[in-house]
Unconditional design. Structure first.
Lengths: 427, 404
């Protein structure tokens, strides 16, 4: 705590009016980056004392230091430092793909697919219904725009954070049926959410422009984008396998380059960078023996990248927007929880899995982080007119989910008696 | 968007560079060391910059400032981290004294000669600026690096006192130059003070020293308990970014500020063995990125004045390293002779020289600074090309003839 206080005091001193005449505000990005990396990381560590995931700490640290609270980071700093987004999202998707092991998926395939289907269907339907209620909050939007935003929100609401799930399972040293089911479902669901997201974006694009007629060509385009992304992901995955097998040197740097370039270039050509990286990770994990090398290489460098990524995401939360939407955000969180319960319950019942899975496992799907955040950033880029506000709103939902999600998962694992059943070295 | 692509290109270049260029083949064959030292990346940067493809345009370079700041800070921190009291104490005190007097002599010699030469060439500039340029060139000339000696280590069959003395001197000589840089940056602080020059200069010197000193302690406290490799990487990257960023923010000397943090931390911590592997992983890629960015920053200029300056710098520096050695041997009571030819092994500037040159360029955005950078980079490149040959002439015969 003292160290946190020291670095904050130092930053206050450096940004104090006494030294302002000697400073060059055009050169503030580096100091902001260094500060947020150290402060965010320490803050995340402190928060883990309260059984909360570090990611939550990074986000809160970003909010605190951002342009609306302590003002250590200016709006320009935040914009300049978003250069790290592509890198972080590429790494997150590669990790998620690398976490999907076919052997584990086969065992509970029926329940996983049923839960994924019903969760997705019920949540999407629930949020479209919700859009009619939500109209009161956005009276300036026409109905189609409202439905489009709800489809996107529903898609985001479906997502669960595999990285948080893995982190909590590791922390709880958990092993057993529930643990495997929740982890596998979270990863598989992410895969489908990304595909679903591609469709949702295409549908929303058509709905959002009131002067354009409904464009049926979007289906072909979406299939091309999704199919193309999958093929590119397979090719990149193959490339990674060859590199890890035959060259083996400077693996971390190689993975960094792959994550960064894949994200940036595919985005420029309207492919789905998250899907490409997810597919690449999946291919490496399941078609070669190099899965562990890939995950290890990412783990080596990912922490500083994630700290900055999540903290900058926190700093970019427009608190002005949040002030006006917090009530709706809270309602969305509760509504999502209710839909998650019904989706999981129906899916598990349909697959005739045991009553415990039907009743309690929904609590494992609440946390949200990287992928949902990544999708919110994509929405911000695709719909620049309102994407910023939408992202701020989604970030509020993610932040709340990220605080309650890990706690719920932890309680669930303790309740079903799987916590503390094994020593895990890593996720 | 262009900055993002540029960032990506830099990652790829650094990856390929770390993979293919830094290989130690025959270090003494012509141009081989120039390639293996990575300086070729300055030319790649030049080609990618405004004089070539303009991918690393002025605008893009502004967006990539954090990377330049990190690169300079990393070099400063790494250099400072090696200055551990425990290590320095292993050597006789006259080794340190020799390093100091050698640097001081070269500095004064180059300063006097360069200042005399600058006056007729740049008559329209104020004497104040010409003094500044002569001082910075003098400081640059006084620096050298052990990189060449390390690279040639396996090729030197008979390693004796001369090799170890040369390595020691080359390892610490940059310290004097960087301290000099701190004084210049504080008292010649840009934009130049109109009043209270001394008071403000002292204030900047104090901040440049106290701030990284505090953060060195801060870093030490962070790593007092057992720290994982991942946590260490976050702390080092974060603190170097923070300190070098603060230096950029207040136009303080990045190399000095990060060196002080490195020295402070190195003399407090006991986990050197855990830190060095992290340096090994990150050093090469960061260095390549920095060299490419320096190349892109370089306003390439080979004018008549630059050519004269380069020739003067090159010759006077060699004279400064070669001729006073016998005198220093007597004054400092060396137990073995220091023949003039021994001075030839200090030709190489290494990365620290390049970092010093670009620090000046970034701290003083003046027309004259472009002349400085061109002269400095050309003389560094020339020295790196001829350095191995000079090393072969000096250490080989000395250590094989007289092993003490």
């Amino acid at each position: 705590m003292i160290l946190l206080a020291i670095i904050v005091v130092l930053m206050f001193f450096l940004k104090s009016p006494v030294l302002q005449p000697f400073s060059n505000n055009l050169q503030s990005s580096s100091i902001a980056l260094g500060f947020i990396m150290v402060f965010g990381f320490l803050f995340g560590k402190k928060l883990s004392w309260f059984k909360l995931p570090q990611i939550t700490g990074f986000i809160i640290a970003g909010v605190l230091c951002g342009p609306y609270v302590l003002k250590f980071l200016s709006v320009t700093d935040v914009k300049n430092l978003q250069i790290i987004d592509g890198l972080a999202l590429g790494l997150i998707a590669l990790t998620a793909g690398g976490g999907m092991r076919m052997k584990k998926l086969k065992g509970s395939f029926k329940t996983i697919s049923a839960v994924v289907f019903f969760q997705t269907f019920i949540i999407l339907a629930g949020f479209v219904v919700f859009s009619f209620v939500g109209r009161a909050f956005f009276p300036e939007m026409i109905l189609f725009q409202n439905v489009a935003a709800s489809i996107l929100l529903g898609t985001l609401a479906t997502a669960t954070s595999p990285s948080t799930t893995i982190a909590i399972i590791t922390e709880c040293k958990s092993r057993g049926k529930y643990t495997d089911f929740i982890l596998s479902t979270a990863v598989v669901k992410d895969f489908f959410v990304i595909i679903l997201f591609a469709f949702s974006i295409a549908i929303s694009k058509s709905l959002i422009s009131p002067f354009k007629s409904f464009d049926f060509g979007f289906i072909g385009k979406t299939l091309r984008d999704v199919g193309g992304s999958a093929v590119i992901g397979i090719i990149i995955g193959g490339g990674i396998i060859l590199y890890l097998k035959f060259i083996k040197k400077d693996i971390t740097l190689f993975i960094l380059s792959i994550a960064f370039f894949t994200y940036q270039i595919s985005r420029s050509y309207e492919y789905h960078p998250l899907l490409i990286c997810l597919m690449a990770g999946f291919i490496v994990q399941n078609l070669s023996s190099q899965g562990e090398s890939l995950i290890l290489a990412i783990e080596k460098i990912s922490v500083p990248v994630y700290v900055v990524f999540f903290a900058i995401s926190g700093a970019s939360v427009n608190l002005g927007v949040l002030k006006t939407t917090w009530l709706l955000a809270l309602i969305c969180v509760v509504w999502r929880g209710v839909l998650k319960f019904f989706g999981t319950f129906t899916g598990a019942k349909f697959a005739k899995d045991d009553p415990g899975i039907q009743k309690y496992s929904w609590a494992g799907f609440i946390s949200q982080a990287g992928v949902a955040l990544g999708m919110a950033i994509v929405i911000e880029n695709v719909f620049p007119e309102w994407g910023g506000e939408f992202k701020a709103f989604v970030l509020a939902i993610i932040a709340i989910n990220q605080i309650i999600g890990p706690i719920l998962l932890q309680k669930l694992l303790i309740k079903v008696g799987e916590a503390g059943k094994r020593e895990l070295n890593s996720g | 968007m262009q900055a993002i692509y540029a960032f990506g290109i830099l990652i790829l270049i650094s990856f390929l560079g770390a993979r293919f260029v830094f290989r130690r083949k025959n270090i003494f064959s012509p141009l081989n060391y120039f390639f293996s030292s990575g300086l070729i990346y300055i030319f790649l940067g030049l080609y990618l910059g405004k004089h070539g493809l303009n991918i690393l345009s002025v605008q893009v370079l502004e967006g990539l400032t954090p990377l330049i700041s990190l690169g300079l800070g990393w070099i400063g921190f790494l250099f400072g981290f090696q200055l551990e009291r425990k290590y320095l104490r292993k050597f006789p005190s006259n080794y340190i004294a020799l390093s100091f007097f050698q640097s001081l002599f070269v500095f004064f010699l180059v300063f006097v000669v360069v200042f005399s030469a600058l006056k007729p060439f740049f008559a329209s500039y104020s004497v104040f600026l010409l003094y500044g340029m002569a001082v910075t060139l003098g400081l640059l000339a006084s620096m050298n690096s052990p990189a060449l000696l390390n690279a040639a280590s396996s090729k030197i069959p008979e390693k004796g006192n001369y090799y170890y003395l040369a390595r020691f001197l080359a390892s610490i000589s940059a310290f004097w130059g960087i301290v000099g840089l701190a004084f210049i940056s504080s008292f010649w602080h840009f934009p130049f003070f109109e009043s209270k020059v001394f008071e403000n200069g002292l204030l900047f010197l104090l901040i440049s020293t106290a701030f990284p000193f505090i953060l060195g302690y801060f870093f030490h406290f962070l790593t007092l308990k057992k720290t994982s490799e991942q946590d260490l990487l976050v702390y080092i990257l974060g603190l170097v970014f923070f300190v070098s960023g603060a230096a950029f923010y207040f136009n303080l000397p990045t190399l000095y500020v990060c060196m002080v943090m490195g020295i402070t931390y190195s003399n407090l911590t006991k986990i050197h063995e855990e830190i060095y592997p992290l340096f090994l992983v990150t050093e090469k890629p960061l260095y390549i990125v920095l060299l490419v960015l320096i190349g892109a920053l370089w306003d390439f200029n080979i004018s008549y004045e630059v050519a004269i300056l380069v020739a003067l710098l090159f010759v006077v520096r060699i004279i400064g390293f070669v001729f006073p050695l016998r005198l220093f041997q007597k004054i400092l009571n060396f137990s073995f002779p220091l023949p003039a030819v021994f001075g030839l092994c200090f030709l190489s500037y290494g990365g620290i020289g390049v970092a010093f040159a670009v620090s000046i360029k970034l701290a003083y955005p003046l027309v004259l600074t472009d002349v400085f950078l061109s002269s400095a980079l050309i003389v560094i490149i020339l020295s790196e090309i001829l350095g191995p040959w000079a090393l072969k002439l000096s250490i080989f015969p000395l250590d094989s003839e007289k092993k003490i």
